[in-house]
Write a protein that binds this ligand. Structure first.
Ligand SMILES: C[S@@+](CC[C@H](N)C(=O)[O-])C[C@H]1O[C@@H](n2cnc3c(N)ncnc32)[C@H](O)[C@@H]1O
Length: 236
């Protein structure tokens, strides 16, 4: 059965996602309640759907942001370092920052997008709240303009890497930039799964890639999705 959630306030939206089982983790719920989606989504902020944010980009639906955080949750602890690729509106970057920050123990979240107007927008959006501006001022959150397919090696290694647009492959550079242990959450257009011959026929799936403590890599295809692709930056 498909659930559709909305609310008249941010807290109501997130509580409804929790009641519907679309968010299950209490830490994720609290981190999402701590970020008013109205500061990031220009319309229908308290509805569980994507919305356009300009420059051909969208803010993803809140249940997808919840799923992403839940897959990464064991790697999102106070003090963790995180890379959010395709940061767009900056909403998820802020939620991730709430998850890696506690009094006296600041992690860092780098949001990277290839459109300068979007990294500017993400900063402006975060600045709308006291907690957001404090996270920017302390450099707990930094927004960088660049090609996310290359990661951001200046900030590596990362405990967790989130990719918010579909890659054409599991970019090895991103796996290189993971800490051991660390986890990558990435939508991939097609990727050959040696355990699943059907995967060769294509489709877009979330892959969870773990770099274990001994450096070995374990990858798993977890669910089918439909993300916009990671692309070259628009010219001019
Ligand atoms: C679906 S949006 C997700 C935005 C963000 N997670 C949010 O909810 O606001 C995908 C984002 O990926 C960005 N993007 C696409 N290709 C990229 C690339 N090669 N490097 C960095 N960002 C890219 C787009 O500009 C867009 O902001």
């Amino acid at each position: 059965m498909a659930w559709y959630c909305s609310g008249s306030t941010n807290t109501e939206l997130i509580e409804n996602l929790f009641k519907a089982g679309l968010i299950r983790d209490e830490r994720v719920k609290d981190a999402m309640i701590g970020v008013d989606r109205a500061h990031y989504a220009p319309s229908r902020a308290y509805s569980d759907s994507p919305q356009p944010i300009g420059h051909g980009a969208t803010i993803s639906a809140p249940h997808m942001h919840g799923h992403a955080c839940e897959y990464l949750i064991d790697y999102l602890k106070p003090g963790s370092r995180v890379l959010d690729i395709g940061s767009g509106s900056g909403y998820l970057t802020h939620v991730l920052a709430n998850l890696v920050t506690s009094p006296g123990n600041q992690g860092q979240v780098i949001g990277i997008d290839h459109i300068t107007e979007l990294t500017d927008l993400a900063r402006t959006n975060m600045d709308k709240s006291k907690t957001g501006s404090e996270l920017l001022a302390s450099q707990t959150v930094k927004f960088i303009t660049g090609d996310g397919r290359l990661g951001w090696k200046e900030g590596a290694p990362y405990d967790a890497i989130h990719v918010g647009a579909a890659a054409d492959k599991l970019h090895p550079t991103l796996v290189d930039q993971l800490r051991a242990p660390g986890r990558l959450f990435i939508p991939v257009e097609t990727e050959d799964d040696e355990n699943d011959r059907d995967s060769i026929s294509g489709g877009q799936y979330i892959w969870v890639v773990d770099k274990k403590e001994d450096g070995s890599i374990h990858k798993e295809k977890v669910f089918q999705v439909s993300y916009v692709p990671l692309t070259d930056a628009p010219k001019g």
